[in-house]
Design a protein around this ligand. Structure first.
Ligand SMILES: NC(=O)c1ccc[n+]([C@@H]2O[C@H](COP(=O)([O-])OP(=O)(O)OC[C@H]3O[C@@H](n4cnc5c(N)ncnc54)[C@H](O)[C@@H]3O)[C@@H](O)[C@H]2O)c1
Length: 256
């Protein structure tokens, strides 16, 4: 028995990275359908095909209201219901506030925050219809604390956390839960050059902090195992958010 048996699921930004792994785990956990949605059609179609008949690809620019309506109409016609929405699509800008262009700030907010809002608003009627829906938002550690060079991204990810709370409290009574995963890890390919320091070498990819470390959290929130979780945030950052770590000498860990 799979943890997502019979569930109809939609994952945005699922052509690559964390979204692609979430889609794969959803298939492996017995989902009835996994809609792989993205703007990168070739990559998304290839991924859905590789996942087999459970998956199908739909073009979805999360910033487009018309795209969301078309996708929801398509799911209504084909699957007839939706149990899980994963708002995973996002873009990153690495720049100090001084070097963050207004248009770039708007672009990041539009994909990461406005896109998630549109997704939630458009999918809610379907999610409410069967009285047991789950919305999983992919936030970041930048949903809970600031990191230098990420003014636009951090603003967008804090917005997503706020959206999570309000969606949760408004929709719990309809059986729709909404939670946010806040990882420090993901696809290193997301990292763009730092604006104004383009020749700085990119951070080397760290396999211990890849999409595989994050995606299982989406399975948990998508599944009925998390039925008591609504409006929660799962911070996945190896303890940084817990407080300041001080490097204590070993003898202090020895029991007297
Ligand atoms: N990469 C990291 O280090 C990291 C860390 C913490 C959180 N996250 C979060 O994890 C999630 C997944 O990111 P990732 O690491 O897999 O990065 P990624 O760049 O590999 O994946 C993002 C996906 O979103 C898609 N996308 C971008 N704009 C879109 C749009 N307008 N409409 C639809 N799809 C669009 C991209 O094509 C891509 O497939 C994001 O929400 C990201 O903010 C990433």
């Amino acid at each position: 028995m799979g943890r997502l048996d019979g569930k109809v699921t939609l994952v945005t930004g699922a052509a690559r990275g964390t979204g692609a792994v979430i889609a794969r785990l959803f298939v492996e956990e017995g989902a009835e359908r996994v809609i792989v949605a993205d703007v990168r059609d070739d990559l998304g179609e290839a991924h859905a095909e590789a996942l087999g008949p459970t998956a199908r690809y739909l073009h979805l620019d999360v910033t487009s209201e018309a795209d969301w309506e078309r996708v929801v109409d398509d799911i209504t016609a084909d699957e007839g219901r939706l149990d899980v929405l994963v708002n995973n699509a996002a873009v990153l800008l690495l720049a100090t506030i001084d070097r963050t262009e207004a248009a770039e700030f708007e672009r990041i907010m539009r994909v990461n925050a406005f896109g998630a809002f549109l997704g939630i608003r458009t999918c809610l009627p379907l999610l409410r219809a069967n009285g047991n829906g789950s919305i999983v938002n992919l936030g970041s550690i930048d949903s809970v604390y600031g990191t230098a060079l990420t003014a636009a991204y951090t603003a967008s990810k804090f917005a997503m956390r706020g959206l999570t709370k309000v969606t949760a409290i408004e929709n719990g009574k309809f059986g729709v839960r909404c939670n946010i995963v806040c990882p420090e890890a993901g696809n290193p390919e997301m990292h763009t050059p730092i604006v104004g320091a383009e020749d700085w070498p990119p951070l080397p990819p760290d396999p211990s902090r890849g999409p595989d470390t994050v995606a299982p959290a989406a399975v948990f929130f998508a599944s009925d195992e998390s039925r008591l979780c609504n409006g929660t945030e799962l911070v996945m950052d190896r303890g940084h958010y817990a407080g300041e770590a001080i490097d204590l000498p070993d003898f202090l860990y020895e029991r007297p």
